[in-house]
Design a protein around this ligand. Structure first.
Ligand code: IVH
Length: 667
């Protein structure tokens, strides 16, 4: 089969499997087979750029960068919905509609708590995705939306030539929690809730980061130019047949209702059941089903008269603010926490709630001793959402954010553009010291058996340790002298420290707790540089040239290694016998590929591309993605793209075929 036909065939098959997996929840092939087909398509597309398709299934992995999002005017304004929390108001609305249209059928749907999106299709292909913005115009975030696997890039069956469909992009709880866990590990501020996170994610410039976040989408509104039925529910069903993820009656996400009682039953069902949904909803939307009736009812200036939303009350209680504690994290980030008069909320007793940062405290205009409203939303930690100002007396002073670290009295800093305050006293501030050591010994880092967070706390307060390197100076005598330690526990702990000397370099690098350097980034850096000395020698430009290392991480690394205290600490760890080099690179100090920057292109006879790349790294070379003047060699297999060849020739970069490459490395 010629490559063009194979590319087409793979695209059709992958679109189909994608639909079965992400929309119908009924996979038709194994993940392995899917990945293999995707890989094959990626390789072919690399070789034959002339068959580029912006809607190829390969765009799901992202990679497109949007420098700034273009503003796009909406063809139809993006209106909001009237809403109520109140049964009587809802009943009034229902009666008004029934009076105007006695035969009317209502449709009840979930009110997804996410980010509204309008997506345009032309001839079955996704062409543009735009945010709500101010309702009249929004941001073009097409690149990012293309990475969301439940949004079809290519439609099936019958569809209108050109039309728009709207819906909501949501971040499921599992993805939200995993992301926040990862951020906590990296010492980064957490996202407040899935909606904020979804909205922030969609505004990221790098779509490959968007692709990894696990966004999902439900479509619930077909605009007039795309209507293929007489009713809203008919349109939604038709949209489902085109391949969209739409609410389906069998999930009870959409239901036809005739009476107030039926609508009320649907709302009550979901007010309870929403706790079991994998994403947030904040109410129920009730719509008039017939388009004809919708037209008769029309719009007010802001919203349609043919639909309304019944919003769920977030579980909220009032309680007294007793005090505020300022917590200092391992990276020095300051988090204000409200200590509350204990109160029962959503199945647990709440004593503390997050106040996030100074801006949040100012926004609430919080005064000491205030009666505050505490709410439990999608997030696990409850938060203070408001103040009962009517109950406030004149002798309650306004809450002033602290200016000094509560632990070490160092003056706090707040970087421009950041919401969080930091304590800059990294080396001596006790929670930062303990936090850093606790991170160092943790399971994913040095995994030191026989030692826990309390032990670290104790050793720090007893003055035995002040940095990770001090751990390796601990002696049997010093520890056994402390209360609560027996012979067995001390020998276990010392053995645990001894064993940690075998932990590989990438985990040691993660264990150092450099801001933004989580486990994945540490792996990449270790693999790329091979040793701490090579990493320390790298400047910002070299660092940010590494795949997946952005300027933020690069700057952070440079400033970390510019701090003499950090360098001293690393030297002490080296002396203690900790691994600061990758094992396999130890041997390479010479050879034809040492420090060579190599671009691999095409397919090879004697090995796969990945095997070839691994071989290059093993021999001390580095794989780079694109050809530049700095490239040492291009290793070209069968079917290298013509544009790559041209570029290499223009820049005078030697092109090696498979045989020449093998000869060079002496195989
Ligand atoms: S229909 C003309 N259906 O809630 C209005 N909206 O607060 C068409 N929303 O703007 C919107 N779930 O962003 C509709 N099932 C649903 C919805 C929904 C969430 C959002 C949407 C809307 C906002 C109004």
């Amino acid at each position: 089969m010629n490559p063009e036909d194979r590319i087409k065939e793979l695209r059709v098959a992958l679109h189909k499997h994608n639909h079965s997996y992400y929309i119908m929840d009924a996979p038709t092939i194994s993940d392995y087979e899917f990945d293999a087909m995707l890989k094959e398509l990626e390789v072919l597309e690399g070789q034959f750029p002339e068959f580029h398709d912006p809607n190829s299934p390969t765009v799901r992995v992202g990679g497109g960068i949007t420098k700034s999002f273009a503003t796009v005017k909406h063809e139809y304004p993006m209106l909001s919905l009237g809403n109520t929390y109140n049964w009587d108001e809802l009943a009034d609305w229902i009666r008004r509609v029934q009076k105007a249209a006695p035969e009317n059928t209502f449709v009840c749907e979930l009110k997804y708590d996410g980010v509204a999106i309008g997506i345009r299709y032309e001839y079955g292909k996704l062409v543009q995705a735009v945010t709500r913005g101010d309702g009249t115009q929004g941001d073009d975030i097409t690149n990012n939306v293309r990475t969301i696997k439940s949004i079809p890039l290519q439609l099936n069956g019958e569809y209108p030539e050109r039309f728009e469909i709207r819906g909501e992009i949501v971040l499921p709880h599992a993805a939200f929690n995993a992301l926040n866990e990862q951020r906590a590990e990296q010492g980064l501020p957490l996202f407040a809730n899935p909606r904020n996170c979804a909205s922030g994610t969609l505004k990221l410039q790098d779509s490959s980061v968007v692709a990894e976040r696990g966004l999902d989408a439900y479509l619930y509104f077909v605009l007039p130019d795309g209507i293929l039925a007489a009713t809203h529910s008919g349109s939604i069903k038709a949209a489902g047949e085109m391949g969209f993820k739409v609410p389906r009656p069998e999930h009870k996400f959409i239901e036809a209702c005739q009476t107030i009682e039926e609508i009320q039953a649907f709302i009550e069902y979901w007010d309870i059941e929403r706790k079991n949904l994998p994403f947030d909803i904040d109410g129920i939307v009730i719509k008039v089903d017939s388009y004809h009736t919708q037209e008769e009812l029309g719009f007010t200036a802001k919203s349609p008269r043919w639909a309304t939303a019944f919003k769920f009350k977030a579980e909220k209680v009032e309680t007294q603010l007793n005090s505020i504690t300022y917590q200092v994290g391992r990276t020095g980030a300051i988090t204000p926490v409200a200590n509350l008069e204990p109160v029962w909320l959503g199945g647990t007793t709440v004593k503390r709630a997050s106040l996030h940062n100074q801006d949040q405290i100012e926004l609430l205009d919080l005064h000491e001793g205030d009666l505050v409203y505490v709410e439990k939303g999608g997030e696990i930690i409850p938060k203070v959402v408001g103040v009962n100002t009517a109950a406030r007396t004149s002798d309650q002073p306004r809450v002033e954010f602290i200016s000094e670290c509560p632990e070490c009295a160092t003056k706090l800093v707040r970087k421009e553009g950041e919401a969080q305050h930091y304590c800059p006293n990294e080396q001596q501030c006790p929670p930062q010291v303990a936090g850093r050591i606790q991170h160092f010994i943790s399971r994913k880092a040095m995994d030191i058996m026989g030692m826990g967070n309390e032990t670290v706390q104790l050793f720090v307060s007893e003055g035995l340790i002040a940095s990770p390197a001090d751990l390796y100076n601990l002696s049997y005598d010093k520890i056994i002298a402390l209360e609560g330690f027996k012979e067995k526990s001390v020998t276990n702990l010392l053995q645990g420290l001894e064993n940690s000397k075998q932990i590989p370099f990438d985990r040691v690098l993660f264990a150092l707790g450099i801001r933004h350097v989580g486990a994945t980034v540490a792996k990449k850096l270790a693999k790329h540089f091979g040793s701490i000395t090579a990493l320390m020698d790298a400047d910002e430009a070299t660092l940010s040239a590494v795949d997946d290392i952005g300027t933020v991480i690069a700057q952070q690394l440079v400033s970390y290694f510019n701090n003499p205290e950090n360098v001293r600490e690393i030297l002490r760890l080296v002396e203690a016998g900790i691994q600061f080099e990758l094992e396999q690179t130890e041997a390479i100090t010479e050879g034809p590929l040492l420090n060579a920057k190599i671009v691999v292109s095409g397919v090879f006879e004697t090995m796969s591309r990945n095997e070839l790349k691994a071989l290059i790294e093993k021999l001390g070379g580095t794989n780079v993605g694109s050809i530049s003047a700095k490239t040492t060699y291009v290793v070209a297999g069968e079917g290298m793209g013509p544009s790559k060849k041209e570029k290499a020739e223009k820049l005078g970069v030697p092109i090696l075929d498979e045989a020449a490459f093998l000869k060079l490395i002496g195989q």
